[in-house]
Design a protein around this ligand. Structure first.
Ligand code: SGN
Ligand code: CA
Length: 562
């Protein structure tokens, strides 16, 4: 057979791009097979703590392997920066105001249709291991072992599909991986494509690292972020939030100051803080507790002697370092375990037709604006890490700054599996971006809406439109004001340009676009009010966790008098 040179080049390019490197024994073409999907998600993993994004804090060589094989998204975001709502958006492909899971408090409405249910019906084998945090069990899974609620770092309980509630000794990040690899070895059906959701609890508060990392991480010092001492000028919601590393972290649970040392130092005047130590460490067995005490004792002693001479700035910096040591220590184990999974996939020829996603349920503040936690639409918590590999389909080592969201996963996976997505899903398949067909990708803005307020950390309710250049944000509840952020000129997000005459035109345009995007996604002031009414009824009945009662009364009064 004679072929022209251009035809040969075309054939070779197709061969390389399609990943069709071998013909399986049964003669079927692997390219036609539906891909496996491995969805790896950590809890509260900031992109600043993945070396493929930024290596100033930690090296994550195994997560970086996924980036080397695939695409790194630098502008991926969530629709509502908090745990369970993010997971609900991922599973349903719908915004919080549509799927109803607006905050961590109310349980997920299981009448929602989720993409795993659809994939299961389409013949996928489905499994979930790790943290879900829904208040109920996942639907559409052939197998699941999930942590109850937030789960524990040590000796965790799991709610399982087949054995009820079980307890397993060890470190949770390792255990979730053991379960996953065990599923591959003993339950995986090679006749079917699979969806695996591998979901870490780490690096969620209160940041307990594995024993094997304590000595190394307690000896580390990290660069201090530029905005550690933000004064929140022009941003009243930021000013009112309670997530300062200096003021709102607990000495015992977060900074790991031993209760007896707190007593010596008179650190806990009201006596609540010490309980946090118990809360953080009560799962340890006696050997684990002894190892923890041995590792953290020198730090406690040094702090007790330095503290009387420390000014506020020094104390803030000390608390930041303490925070980073523990937070990043927990990530070290996540990275090692992602490495175990990647090695397994390589050794068992499972890479070839598998989509591997690494993401987090949202981003996190690592000292930016003086904060820990998330919730705000400012970049560190609005954006989330997203890395996608799919050998032969996604170009190795590529990146994209498109405005993609956790809203898009459901339709992306259904598209990849060749299954039609329900018409009421609100995301968009990312396949055009992943496979280089940018003419099919037109999105220029995304929508954000955060609800959990009044609540722990006191971040006012807000909604926003975000483009590559700007954010227009409306804070409401007891506050009622707008912020306009210029993402290019002010990437640290320290200034509010709302009502600045220089931005008049931009502001007007963004208002129009915000109205349009709210209409497109079906959000409105009356829906916001509905969710406030539901919340108020619940507060009347059940009170509220993490908010001082007097403050709650003040907020409600301020809101009523608006
Ligand atoms: C806990 C944490 C908070 C955190 C929420 C939500 N407090 O309540 O700091 O914001 O979880 O996190 S703790 O003292 O109990 O650790 S989320 O990731 O589940 O949304
Ligand atoms: Ca989270």
């Amino acid at each position: 057979m004679k072929q022209t040179i251009p035809a040969l080049i075309a054939a070779i390019s197709w061969f390389l791009l399609s990943g069709c490197t071998s013909e399986p024994e049964n003669g079927e073409n692997t390219v036609q097979e539906r891909p496996n999907i491995i969805f790896i998600m950590s809890d509260d993993h900031a992109y600043q703590a993945i070396s493929a994004y930024d290596n100033s804090l930690i090296e994550t060589p195994n997560i970086d392997r996924i980036a080397e094989m695939g695409m790194l998204f630098t502008n991926a975001s969530v629709t509502n920066s908090i745990c369970a709502p993010s997971r609900a958006t991922i599973l349903t492909g719908k915004h919080s105001h549509i799927n109803g899971k607006i905050d961590n408090h109310f349980p997920f409405d299981t009448t929602n249709v989720t993409f795993p249910q659809i994939l299961q019906e389409a013949g996928y084998q489905t499994a979930m291991f790790g943290k879900l945090h829904f208040g109920n069990n996942p639907k559409g899974f052939d197998q699941f072992k999930i942590l109850p609620g937030q789960g524990a770092y040590y000796n965790p309980d799991f709610i399982t599909k087949e054995e009820g509630r079980i307890n397993i000794k060890g470190y949770t990040t390792d255990i979730i991986t053991d379960m996953t690899l065990d599923w591959f070895d003993n339950e995986r059906d090679p006749e079917k494509p699979f969806l695996l959701m591998y979901l870490h609890k780490a690096p969620h508060r209160s940041w307990l690292m594995a024993e094997r990392h304590m000595e190394e991480f307690l000896g580390k010092t990290f660069p201090v972020p530029e905005t550690l001492f933000d004064d929140y000028a022009e941003r009243p919601a930021a000013d009112e939030a309670e997530m300062s590393i200096l003021k709102h972290m607990s000495w015992a649970g977060d900074s790991k100051i031993f209760p007896e040392v707190m007593d010596e130092m008179n650190l806990d005047e009201i006596g609540i803080d010490k309980l946090r130590f118990e809360y953080a460490t009560n799962r340890f067995d006696s050997a684990q507790l002894a190892a923890f005490k041995t590792a953290y004792e020198p730090m406690n002693r040094e702090f007790a002697s330095a503290y009387p001479e420390m000014n506020e700035e020094e104390l803030m910096k000390w608390r930041y370092q303490r925070y980073m040591q523990d937070y990043l220590g927990t990530i070290k184990a996540v990275d090692e375990n992602v490495g175990r999974l990647m090695d397994y996939l390589e050794a068992n020829n499972l890479m070839e037709n598998t989509i591997i996603v690494y993401t987090s349920d949202q981003g996190f503040y690592l000292g930016e604006h003086g904060w820990f936690d998330k919730r705000f639409v400012y970049d560190e918590s609005f954006k989330t890490p997203l890395i996608v590999a799919w050998p032969g389909k996604v170009q190795a080592g590529s990146s994209s700054d498109e405005m993609v969201q956790n809203l898009d996963f459901a339709q992306t996976f259904l598209d990849a599996a060749g299954v039609e997505a329900p018409a009421d899903m609100q995301g968009e398949s990312l396949l055009p971006i992943l496979t280089g067909k940018m003419e099919d990708w037109t999105r220029e803005a995304v929508y954000y809406h955060y609800y959990e307020y009044p609540a722990e950390h006191m971040v006012n309710r807000h909604y926003a439109i975000v483009t590559k250049e700007y954010k227009l944000i409306h804070y409401y509840f007891d506050l009622d004001y707008w912020e306009l952020i210029d993402r290019k000129k002010d990437p640290k997000e320290l200034s509010n340009f709302y009502d600045d005459p220089e931005y008049a035109e931009v502001q007007e345009r963004l208002h129009t676009e915000l109205d349009q995007i709210r209409e497109k996604y079906g959000d409105s002031d009356s829906l916001s009010q509905h969710y406030i009414d539901v919340f108020m009824d619940d507060v009347q009945e059940n009170g509220i966790f993490g908010v001082n009662e007097q403050r709650l009364d003040e907020i409600i009064e301020k809101r009523e008098n608006q």
